[in-house]
Design a protein around this ligand. Structure first.
Ligand code: 5RP
Length: 275
């Protein structure tokens, strides 16, 4: 693996622990003003110092994150349809030159295996890997799910393996029963998405289980920024990922750190979609 690529990957997966806490705040690219991300800058600022990387779009990066203090950036470079359209109909939305100008640590693109556009998605992934390889930029494949698709180990393992076979350097997927099968059959590191908002302890349990079963970290969004206290929640997640904390220990960190401040999601003007 070339030096630049390795260097970028080690900005995401922390060499000290071999793990990573990625903060996903890219939801607006198809969900619009998602609950908790209505004013992205306000949500991201207090969380960024606790994140090993931020996963977001170039629009939010340019407008809502300060270049002087930003953690490593995983740039979402796929998009097209909104939540109201056919989600799998994505294309590559950012030129590799622009990603480089933004000094990204990696580019991220979704593949919807089993969807009407799976071939196009997978070939887009291959194209992104080709372009990224030219400049030493790793690619994170997001194994998104098509409507009506079951997020089970069989389907997610299929999607993760296909992503790795096409050259993705990391894969993001959902937690599921028999998650270890997904990880064991994927030859590149797997990070787990948080999924829709659940009570804090449940989300911590999911992160704990995923790490125990082989995930290299989390790429968590709503379960952090829609939490009653996002800053307390990301610290609790960090304790699980980087410090091998138990769920109870992490929940105690959450409870103790929880401040009296109102969470951004309580502005109440953002959309909440079940995806
Ligand atoms: C959507 C994404 C999102 O960034 C991510 O899955 C959302 O994170 P979370 O599920 O934790 O809110 O990649 O395809």
């Amino acid at each position: 693996m070339d030096w630049g690529l390795k260097n970028r990957l080690s900005r995401i997966v922390q060499p000290k622990t071999g793990k990573t806490v990625m903060l996903a705040v890219d939801h607006g690219y198809f969900l619009g003003p998602t609950s908790g991300l209505e004013v992205a800058r306000e949500t991201i600022k207090p969380l960024a110092v606790w994140a090993d990387s931020l996963m977001l779009t170039r629009g939010i990066l340019r407008t809502s994150v300060d270049p002087e203090t930003a953690p490593p950036i995983v740039l979402r470079v796929s998009g097209g349809p909104s939540i109201l359209g056919e989600l799998s109909n994505e294309g590559i939305s950012v030129a590799m030159e622009d990603a480089m100008r933004l000094n990204v640590a990696a580019c991220a693109l979704s593949i919807f295996v089993g969807s009407p556009h799976e071939k196009e998605n997978i070939l887009n992934l291959a194209r992104l890997v080709n372009e990224g390889t030219r400049y030493g930029i790793p690619v994170l494949a997001v194994t998104a799910v098509g409507k009506d698709m079951k997020r089970d180990a069989r389907y997610l393992a299929l999607a993760c393996r296909i992503a790795a076979e096409q050259g993705a350097h990391m894969v993001k997927t959902y937690y599921c029963e028999e998650f270890e099968k997904v990880v064991q059959t994927c030859p590149v590191p797997v990070v787990v998405a948080g999924g829709k908002k659940t009570p804090e302890k449940e989300a911590l349990q999911m992160a704990y289980d995923a790490i125990k079963l082989g995930a290299v970290g989390v790429d968590m969004g709503r379960n952090i920024f829609q939490s009653d206290d996002p800053v307390a929640m990301i610290q609790a997640v960090r304790a699980i990922v980087h410090k091998k904390a138990t769920v109870n220990e992490a929940y105690e960190i959450f409870s103790k750190t929880k401040s009296k401040k109102q969470a951004p999601s309580k502005t109440g003007v953002g959309n909440t979609w079940e995806d």
